[in-house]
Design a protein around this ligand. Structure first.
Ligand code: MGD
Ligand code: MGD
Ligand code: SF4
Ligand code: MO
Length: 762
């Protein structure tokens, strides 16, 4: 039976999958591809679930059109005719800003979307371009843009060489890495410890990663910037600052020393709840290690001071001489050239100075506005008000802060068009749904993720299965939308093929590739990829990758300074003014009184990817998942019991959650996963509806954003917690598993579903 190799797009690890296809075209099984140069056979339960996704009877396989209030199946012709009838009319009457675009998280791992979304954004010519990046990666990208000149030049921990890894606000053993592409991360951490290295995790929760580390430091949410400033303070006070490979290439060391001066470990200990001696010891261990890396994840990027904290992570890496050295952090060198993504082709120079959002004046990054502004841009009347929205692979009804407002805003739209393979809480509200091919029917190449790789490699996988009759590839759908959006306003070629030719010619010209070298039979994403590969440092072509279905190993990360820097002066800007400007607020945070109530943080689960794997029985079986973690001391004080319910309220909203009493979470902190709340009748997620959980974004607040970028805050949200009156059964009652007896009241294992054992021998 034929076996196809495929890069798993479900998370950033990008593992190689081996897909065995039966003669009738159905999928027999999915295993880890043992020959994959990067993942060498590793796979997690989600990789196997790609089969379940492909086969899910709820998956949308035809376009759908709302008629008489109900979504009904339609032809592509009917679907596009409806968009053509309504979208240009809105643009003509209200101007181009009246149409918004929201690109969800999977677009960062889907080749056709990454390459063709810029054409749609360009054709819309609207300032209202949004993506999940402003719910997730922006603060880190902004810090890198300010320090190194390009938001996609991100120094990555050399996991395979480092001897000291300090992890802040990430749970990579469960998430498999975020802005860090490292298949089988657990094995890599185990190897790190085996060679005598140390892993320290800073997290208000004893996550699976913290459990397996050499040391877990519980921190008060939102205070990591203070911890990092205290570490910088100790480095300066001890005279341990060493720039190493970056010596002679760094501006702003004195400004950082000045900023760090008031942040003594004693001052900071009060706020972080990590004692001063520990801060000093941690700093000295990091500075003394023969290759150390500080790495931060979503807990930092979506917490208080997100950009400043992301910046301070790199400050500590630079001050300890770990930037650009083996065992420290280095810049990957992908197989292809060019900017991996930009929703707008025109946004080449990094700045935070584009036109601001209409209602709140939030900054734009790379020509995009922060998604935390989307609801108010829809519900606030006036010139430039958003009246139509196109979503591509996203679920803003669950992923954007302050869901109640977002939900009402979506309801008020004149037109909602969604490109998705599920009718989720957002696309179920659409006027037109355009389906997408399943993961097995699309080509893959980790265009963005190669910029985050801890080891360079390149792998292209053609679709494992042919496109079914009547399905349109994502990129063609996007180009058809672009043609409608551009209408008569722009000199756009008349059809998809013509527009694709023009885009390929533009890319070749921009990358300095001779178009006659590109095989004439290529089109779509394959042609674009071939151009980008030809322009890359390794001189690859698509054919090279086609001849190596398990990928090409392009070697370990290597020092790349100063060539990797994109700043005008080719220097590292250690003290960007935008970050120094946070200094006053940081000093104020030192003496801020402890807040009342609880701080809410999120948590990930091994069998989840945000809001969209909950419709697969294998992904939701087992223990209760969408529970509010409450520390036993707090539970006792509040009269909460394990298996009972709690009322959780914030400035934005409230919900009733099932309680799980556990000392995994620190007193004063409660934790709830996001992406749940599958309780809306308009979604078609029949399995998910059986154990809906609650929507954490009913509690988050769109007014609380990162000051530098406007990116959303999901961690450290202030909430009140009360025992719920009339407390009967858990809200997250797992109906199907109850019957099969699988409902374990308490999970005996870690939140990732993996045992709490360490990564391996220390
Ligand atoms: N409270 C809280 N909120 C959060 C977070 C948090 O930690 N806490 N995390 C934030 C983060 S990090 C992120 S990334 C965002 C995610 O935010 P979103 O991207 O808005 O939401 P997802 O749940 O990832 O939904 C992705 C959708 O894409 C669809 N999809 C998947 N693959 C494809 C494809 O190939 N083609 C098409 N057309 N559709 C596809 C899926 O069916 C799903 O409906 O959520 C953010 N929201
Ligand atoms: N299995 C699985 N994998 C996933 C996903 C998933 O849903 N499930 N989602 C994917 C996506 S879109 C993303 S963005 C990545 C995210 O992957 P990671 O960056 O690893 O982030 P999380 O897994 O959310 O872990 C964040 C941690 O930060 C902690 N935290 C919260 N607030 C603070 C704080 O103030 N300080 C500190 N030090 N810690 C804090 C939380 O307790 C949590 O343990 O994972 C991706 N991979
Ligand atoms: S770790 Fe990520 S990329 Fe690898 S199989 Fe699991 S979901 Fe797919
Ligand atoms: Mo994310």
């Amino acid at each position: 039976m034929p076996t196809a190799s495929l890069t798993c797009p479900l998370c950033e690890a990008g593992c190689g999958l081996a897909v065995t296809v039966e003669e009738d075209g159905s999928v027999l099984e999915i295993r880890g591809d043992r020959d994959d140069v990067a993942s060498r056979g590793y796979i997690c339960p989600k990789g196997v679930a790609v089969k379940g996704l492909h086969e899910d009877p709820d998956r949308v396989r035809t376009p759908m059109l709302r008629k008489d209030g109900l979504l009904r199946e339609a032809s592509w012709g009917e679907a596009f005719a409806e968009i053509e009838r309504r979208l240009p009319a809105i643009q003509a009457e209200h101007g181009p800003d009246a149409v918004a675009l929201y690109a969800g998280d999977p677009t960062t791992r889907t080749l056709g979307q990454l390459l063709y979304l810029p054409a749609l954004a360009d054709a819309l010519d609207s300032r209202n371009i949004y993506s999940a990046a402003s719910l997730n990666t922006w603060p880190r990208q902004a810090a890198c843009g300010l320090m190194y000149g390009d938001p996609y030049r991100v120094p990555i921990p050399d996991l395979d060489g480092t001897r000291f890894l300090l992890i802040l606000g990430a749970n990579p053993v469960v998430s498999h890495g975020s802005m860090l592409t490292a298949p089988d991360l657990r094995a890599r951490l185990r190897a790190l410890r085996r060679r005598g290295g140390r892993v320290v995790v800073v997290d208000p929760r004893r996550s699976v990663s913290a459990e397996g580390a050499d040391e877990h430091l519980r921190i008060r949410p939102g205070t990591d910037a203070l911890l990092l400033l205290a570490m910088a303070h100790v480095l300066f006070a001890d005279g341990r600052v060493r720039l190493g490979a970056a010596e002679g290439m760094v501006n702003g060391v004195a400004e950082v020393a000045e900023l760090a001066a008031p942040f003594t470990p004693e001052q900071v200990a009060r706020r972080t709840e990590i004692d001063a001696d520990t801060i000093r010891r941690l700093t000295r261990e990091l500075a003394a290690a023969d290759g150390a890396a500080v790495y931060a994840g979503k807990g930092i990027r979506t917490g208080a001071f997100a950009t400043a904290t992301s910046w301070l992570v790199d400050v500590v890496n630079v001050l300890t001489g770990n930037l650009d050295r083996p065992g420290g952090v280095m810049f990957p060198l992908p197989g292809h050239a060019g900017r991996p993504v930009s929703r707008r082709p025109s946004s080449t120079a990094f700045n935070l100075e584009g036109p601001r959002s209409r209602v709140r004046g939030l900054p734009a990054m790379g020509g995009e506005l922060p998604a935390a502004a989307l609801a108010e841009e829809i519900d606030t009347p006036g010139r430039g008000q958003v009246r139509a929205l196109i979503t591509v692979a996203g679920n803003p009804a669950r992923s954007v802060p302050a869901s109640a407002r977002m939900r009402a805003a979506l309801d008020s739209l004149e037109l909602l068009v969604c490109v998705d393979f599920y009718l989720n809480e957002t696309s179920g509200l659409a006027d037109v749904v355009l389906p997408a091919p399943s993961i097995l029917e699309s080509p893959h190449y980790p265009l963005l993720l190669s910029s985050y790789a801890c080891h360079n490699s390149a792998r292209y996988s053609p679709p494992a299965l042919p496109l079914p009759l009547g399905m349109s590839p994502d990129w063609e759908t996007l180009l058809r939308l672009a043609l409608i959006a551009a209408g008569g306003r722009r000199a756009t070629a008349g059809d998809v093929a013509g527009l694709d030719d023009r885009l390929a010619a533009e890319l070749a010209a921009a990358e300095g590739v001779d178009p006659s070298e590109v095989p004439a039979d290529l089109r779509g994403p394959e042609r674009m990829l071939d151009i980008l590969l030809r322009a890359g440092e390794y001189g690859l072509t698509l054919e090279h990758l086609q001849l190596s279905p398990h990928g090409l190993d392009l070697g370990p990360l290597e020092p790349r300074l100063p060539e990797a820097l994109a700043t005008a002066d080719r220097r590292v800007h250690l003290a960007p003014p935008e970050c120094l400007a946070e200094g006053e607020r940081l000093v104020a945070a030192l003496s801020a009184p402890a807040s009342e109530g609880f701080l809410l943080v999120g948590r990930g689960h091994l069998r989840s990817t945000n809001s969209w794997l909950h419709n697969l029985p294998a992904m939701v079986a087992g223990a209760r998942r969408c529970t509010l973690h409450v520390n036993p001391d707090d539970a006792f004080r509040l009269g909460l019991r394990d298996g009972g319910r709690a009322l959780v309220a914030s400035r934005s909203g409230q919900l009733v959650a099932a309680v799980e009493v556990t000392d995994e979470v620190t007193p004063g902190v409660v934790s709830l996963p996001h992406g749940w709340g599958h309780d809306e009748p308009h979604a078609r997620l029949r399995v998910a509806a059986g154990r809906p959980g609650v929507n954490a974004n009913l509690l988050t607040d769109e007014a609380e954003v990162d000051t530098v970028t406007g990116s959303a805050v999901f961690n450290g949200v202030r909430v009140q917690v009360l025992a719920h009156a009339g407390d009967a059964a858990p809200a997250d009652q797992p109906t199907p598993d109850r019957r099969s007896g699988l409902d374990r009241r308490r999970t005996p294992r870690g939140p990732g579903g993996i045992g709490p054992e360490s990564f391996g021998p220390a």
